[in-house]
Design a binder for this molecule. Structure first.
Ligand SMILES: [Ca+2]
Length: 667
């Protein structure tokens, strides 16, 4: 009858039973080699197991030593390390070169541990007994114990013999003291790829050739067939985003002006809206308005974006559509008005010759001079309209052209898209090409601003400007102040705008402006220059509120009657209120301009732009060369009688013969 396995009563033989009885007892021996662990791990269970297995085991000696070893291990796990227990009972012989130790740790005992981070150090390393290399030596790939200098090196699963030179990709490496030294250090920790990338070591002949593409480069085709290069690559079909994560190209962000925008973000570029779709911008294709401006000492930026300075004492054609031909429909002429002895510009006189009238912008006012004696005597007021928007006057011509005037030195002309390539003058030809903007009156392209500017004089009797004025040279003591003040354009105040509008041309102009040392001119020039940059930012979609009570303040309270607060400053506003001229609510101009804006109360909902007051419709004034109060009567240039009714002049055909009206008293 066969004995059931594991039954201690069923030993294979009496000898085995005796062997087990006598040898397993050592586990319980209170003065034996296991005694120091008795209080930590109860030996009773191991003693029973020992007798059981040693009895039923082919090789009793091996089974005995295995069980004793299990007890030692259980003790080691409780940080109690038993030594010397093998002596005379479970002696172990080690292969040549290795020595037996009771406390062998696996971590950092091999040559491989010198080449790369030893993974056996990652798990809790309980010292065990066994054969190991003598102290100061390391086990190499063949299992031999060698000095550090004789260690082999490992790169992934490849073994490199000591002192051997190998080539990895374009790199030359040598194995020294178990470390692979390379011309260009290679990072073996690369194998721990980040951001969802995977390690390609090229050992698999089928390994796919990879190139590390990013969100910004993935759609650039590459035709070079490169050999496989080990490293971390995003999985096939994925690319890296700027944060180093592998993403599908569809999830890439879009970039614009050094910033990143997520899928679905919308940003505006000129008059077009762009939406980020699958990593690229998808833009509307509207034709946009273009703007040319002049301010201060003749700082001009053309429609096509050429910035230059030109200041002369003549009258110049700022913009026209004659351009060397007999026929044209308008001219915008500009003339500097010097205010100081040194000939610096303090303001500008602007004449718009359109239809049968000259519209003159000077001294903060708009006046009209008829140029032809017209018997039909129609009021040409329909040809243009004047509006106050923020700090500015906007003169809107019915030909798709607007002038924005700050009542001082600054003027912008905004053209509708139909004017593309059809104009000339100091503003350039508006053809989208910056290079030919210095086209002179004589159709040649000038080399410099002086030659170009002089060619647009309206009278040959006025002499050419031969030198440019540099206020900082004539007032060197102002330069340090100017540099310090103008730094605002380049400092953190405008950070959000720097990537969208290059501040340098505005900064240079600001310094020239700030150097005009006349106290009034100094601040005015400086403030205008900063305001110009702020407005360019606003047009690019970045609104910056830069004015402070001690820095170019704008006092909107000036317009408020005592106790009222209809008027407020807005850095980037537009008129949305009802006005006497335009009686619907809504945005009236594409330009977004800084300045004072009114919120009119319900009992006086109309803004009268002539008087800058909130009024009821019946109180609206009119304008005909001057302000005409509501209900006022005037005689127009043709001798007709006109009444101002609800903001509009209504004229009878017959001439009224009391031209003695004193407008001054009616105001
Ligand atoms: Ca051009």
């Amino acid at each position: 009858m066969p004995c059931p396995k594991g039954n201690p009563t069923s030993c294979i033989s009496i000898e085995k039973e005796k062997f087990a009885e006598s040898n397993c007892a050592i586990l319980l021996d209170s003065s034996g080699p296991f005694a120091s662990c008795h209080s930590i791990v109860n030996p009773k269970f191991y003693h029973e197991e020992c007798k059981k297995y040693t009895c039923s085991c082919e090789k009793s000696q091996d089974c005995l030593c295995t069980i004793l070893g299990n007890y030692v291990k259980a003790c080691a796990e409780k940080e109690t390390y038993l030594v010397g227990w093998r002596t005379g009972l479970c002696e172990q012989s080690c292969p040549s070169g290795l020595v037996f130790k009771y406390n062998v740790k696996a971590c950092n005992s091999s040559c491989r541990s010198l080449s790369e981070r030893d993974r056996s150090c990652d798990v809790e390393d309980i010292p065990v007994d066994g054969c190991t290399c003598p102290d100061g030596t390391y086990q190499n790939n063949e299992g031999n114990c060698v000095q550090k200098s004789q260690c082999d090196c490992y790169i992934n699963d490849e073994v490199v013999q000591p002192d051997k030179v190998i080539h990895i990709d374009d790199n030359t490496c040598v194995c020294q003291e178990g470390v692979l030294l390379c011309q260009t250090p290679i990072d073996l920790t690369l194998q721990n790829c980040s951001g969802g990338a995977e390690y390609v070591d090229c050992s698999d002949p089928k390994a796919q050739r990879r190139s590390d593409k990013t969100c910004t480069t993935w759609n650039i085709p590459s035709f070079d067939i490169l050999p496989c290069k080990r490293g971390c690559y995003c999985p096939v079909g994925m690319v890296r985003n700027s944060k180093g994560k592998c993403v599908f190209p569809d999830d890439c962000p879009c970039s614009f002006g050094e910033q990143e925008y997520d899928q679905g973000s919308v940003t505006s570029v000129g008059c077009n809206e762009c939406t980020c779709i699958k990593g690229s911008w998808n833009c509307t294709q509207n034709e946009c308005q273009t703007t040319c401006h002049i301010y201060g000492e003749g700082h001009i930026r053309t429609f096509d974006g050429q910035s230059y300075s030109f200041d002369g004492l003549c009258q110049y054609s700022f913009l026209e559509d004659y351009c060397g031909q007999e026929n044209g429909t308008f001219r915008i002429l500009t003339e500097s008005v010097p205010c100081c002895e040194d000939g610096l510009t303090c303001s500008r006189k602007i004449i718009v010759a359109f239809k049968d009238q000259n519209i003159v912008l000077q001294d903060g006012k708009v006046t009209t001079v008829k140029t032809t004696e017209n018997k039909e005597c129609e009021l040409s007021e329909n040809a243009y309209s004047v509006h106050t928007v923020g700090l500015y006057l906007i003169l809107k011509l019915q030909n798709g052209m607007s002038l924005i005037w700050d009542k001082n030195t600054r003027m912008s002309v905004v053209l509708d898209p139909q004017w593309q390539g059809k104009v000339c003058g100091l503003c350039g030809n508006n053809n989208g090409d910056l290079k030919d903007d210095f086209t002179t009156r004589y159709s040649s392209v000038a080399t410099g601003a002086l030659e170009f500017g002089n060619s647009w004089k309206t009278s040959q009797e006025c002499s050419d400007t031969v030198t440019q004025s540099f206020p900082c040279d004539s007032n060197p003591y102002c330069k340090a102040w100017a540099v310090r003040k103008c730094e605002i354009i380049r400092d953190s105040t405008f950070t959000d705008c720097h990537s969208k509008v290059d501040p340098n041309a505005y900064y240079d102009a600001c310094i020239e402006e700030a150097c005009t040392c006349d106290m009034e001119g100094k601040y005015q020039g400086f403030c205008t220059a900063v305001a110009m940059y702020a407005e360019a930012c606003s047009a690019a979609g970045v609104c910056i509120s830069w004015r402070k009570p001690n820095l170019c303040p704008v006092y909107c309270d000036y317009y408020n009657a005592p106790g009222e607060c209809s008027w407020h400053y807005e850095p980037c506003g537009t008129v949305t209120a009802k006005t006497c001229k335009d009686r619907v609510i809504g945005q009236k101009f594409s330009a977004v301009l800084e300045g004072c804006y009114a919120k009119c109360p319900e009992n006086a909902p109309y803004l009268d732009e002539n008087t800058m007051k909130c009024v009821s419709l019946s109180e609206c004034s009119c304008f005909y060369n001057d302000i005409i109060p509501a209900g006022g009567v005037i005689e127009d240039n043709c001798g007709r009688t006109c009444y101002c009714i609800a903001g509009e002049l209504e004229c009878s055909g017959e001439s009224l013969h009391f031209t003695q009206i004193d407008l001054g008293k009616m105001r």
